[in-house]
Design a binder for this molecule. Structure first.
Ligand SMILES: [Zn+2]
Length: 338
């Protein structure tokens, strides 16, 4: 659909060290794993045909998320998929991955928000123990369907698991559902507890809510597709870095085509932007492909691409020491690339 780039561009972007700051665990699964788990669970085959689709329509994307939800009901499976997702990002030369997921209370499956998150953290540990070089941190997401109490429970859990590698909290889910006032107290509390905040915003045109989010001043924003002139002005003067996901925005119809994407005006304005995948499995993409799509559509030079990937380090929710280590990795790979 938007895979327009040359082989040379893709090869350059694959070799480029990269930072992924906006990846949802459930959206980043391998098709092959979903299929295997769906077969194991004996899910209705008519529901599962979307797993084998090459390109998916928006409604097929939603169906696929339904299948994924049905097969991720077991702690061992959560650990496995987390490990696989990390390994896939590592194979794509992603040096730092900030993975996000929504902790779920699914008591019918013996799962709580805490046990869910611990299973995911175990997957992070397993990837590391297996020699995976990618540095990984976790963000816990609040789903927009959740009420104030559930949002606060996620924040408290994130705070308790900071030493285990949870660095922040995200707000995500269907952008037409819920209201800012529901989650604002939990998000404000998260900030007081030292958690970093990245919020999905302006995926649809919702000027009142987008203004509330900008006034709240999160550490990072996701998407920012639908802004009017006033909001764009406030956004630019805020200098809040934004995670941009080209394929995702096009497939979910937030943006009509790559050439219409707001990456270019944001980039030209000098606003801090970070290219990300959102849901690499569901959208059949990779971070290298997203960089290659941007290079092709917006005429980015190799120097621009190095700058984009290296500047993303500054926006990671990492300590100064960890960022220093990443900068060193960039310096080594850049000198090695000739
Ligand atoms: Zn997202």
């Amino acid at each position: 659909m938007c895979d327009q780039y040359t082989e040379e561009q893709l090869s350059f972007c694959t070799n480029l060290p990269k930072i992924e700051l906006h990846a949802h665990l459930n959206g980043s699964l391998r098709d092959q794993t979903i299929k295997e788990l769906a077969d194991m669970r004996k899910l209705d085959p008519t529901l599962c045909h979307v797993v084998e689709k090459g390109e998916r329509t928006l409604s097929e994307v939603f169906q696929l998320f339904g299948v994924i939800h049905q097969v991720t009901t077991d702690h061992a499976i959560l650990t496995r998929i987390t490990q696989e997702v990390i390994e896939d990002f590592a194979a794509d030369n992603v040096q730092y991955l900030e993975l996000r997921t929504t902790p779920k209370d699914r008591l019918e499956h013996g799962m709580t928000k805490r046990s869910y998150t611990e299973a995911v953290l175990q997957g992070v540990q397993k990837a590391k123990a297996g020699g995976c070089p990618t540095m990984v941190r976790l963000l816990l997401s609040i789903d927009r369907r959740e009420d104030a109490a559930a949002a606060m429970a996620t924040v408290m859990l994130a705070a308790e698991l900071q030493a285990e590698g949870v660095v922040g909290v995200d707000l995500s889910g269907n952008p037409t559902i819920g209201s800012w006032d529901t989650w604002a107290p939990a998000l404000g509390h998260a900030r007081k507890l030292g958690l970093r905040l990245t919020l999905h915003a302006a995926e649809v045109y919702a000027p009142a809510e987008t203004k509330q989010i900008l006034d709240f001043r999160p550490d990072r924003l996701g998407h920012m597709c639908c802004l009017d002139i006033d909001l764009e002005q406030q956004f630019f003067s805020s200098c809040i870095p934004v995670e941009l996901c080209l394929s995702s925005n096009i497939i979910t119809e937030s943006v009509a085509s790559v050439s219409d994407h707001h990456f270019l005006p944001f980039f030209r304005a000098g606003h801090p932007v970070i290219l990300c995948t959102d849901d690499s499995g569901v959208f059949h993409t990779s971070l290298s492909k997203e960089y290659a799509i941007a290079a092709h559509a917006f005429g980015l030079s190799q120097r621009d691409l190095w700058q984009l990937s290296e500047q993303a380090i500054e926006h990671a929710f990492l300590s100064a020491d960890d960022k220093h280590e990443l900068r060193q990795r960039w310096a080594e790979q850049r000198s090695g690339s000739g």
